[in-house]
Design a protein around this ligand. Sequence first.
Ligand code: ZN
Length: 318
Amino acid sequence: MLAIKELYKEQLENWPLVTTNYAQLQSAIYREFVFEGFTVKAQFNPERIRSANAKVDAQSVQQRACFLCPANLPEVQKKIAYPPHYNILVNPYPIFPEHLTIADQRHLRQSIEGRAEDMLRLAQDLQAHILLYNAPESGASAPDHFHFQAVNKGCMPIEQDITEAGNKLLLKEGKEGNIYCLKNYLRTAFLLESANITWLQENFKQILYTMNDLHSGQTEPKCNLMLWFENGTGHWVIFPREKHRPTAFYETGDAQLLVSPGIVDMAGLLVIAREEDFEKLNADLIRDIYAQVSISEEEAQKIKDKLKCTQEKRAVLL
Ligand SMILES: [Zn+2]
């Protein structure tokens, strides 16, 4: 989509906040932690403190002006309308060299219900990008206003991890596509792979349906999603979530670790806003963060068992 290149160019030239933050990102510092079969990276990114610290409880959200509503966007922020009801915006606080927010034009709450088709269509139209979604209480900093994100490929460890056959456990094999879960990955991740759009859509809904079945809350199950196409094959990853933030987030002093995992963190790139947290991060802390924010092994097994016995059942919920 040529228009997106022009959008970046325009915003980099005319919006000083964007100019500064994208330039700073080029000198971002990274650390890498090697586990068996995969790696986890950490990015030190002080500008992401807003997101790490975002108050996402209902009262705080109600009291602030919505920063994704078209009426509240700064005048300098440009948008591309994407039918039928989205705006594509440059994210002024990037994690990646290309980082878009794709917000609904209407003030509607964050929920994936009824949006799977849109996510597929966006991922097909933005083939150079990866589509991302954070459910409420799972990293979304605007749970009151529906939005996806889209970022350039090649920056998140999971993209490489899923190319290693040894990292994947096959749960369902089919003519049109396969469902896997990732093995010994410290956090639960389900992966759908297929070149067939209908198969992807139906099986994605089936997994969400299964998660919802096991979830007793009023809202959708906590989760993070990512979807991208490579050589015609769609890769759709689902991270079912337990907690939004690990207990260390709420500690004080040295014991505090300001990390608020969303989809990028679950995909293997921990975004750390404070230098002291970036420096003290180690493999054990990473294991602990993932263990706390991901669903338990027991819950994951329930989903796997249900998936196996409901293979023929069509998703009717979404
Ligand atoms: Zn809004």
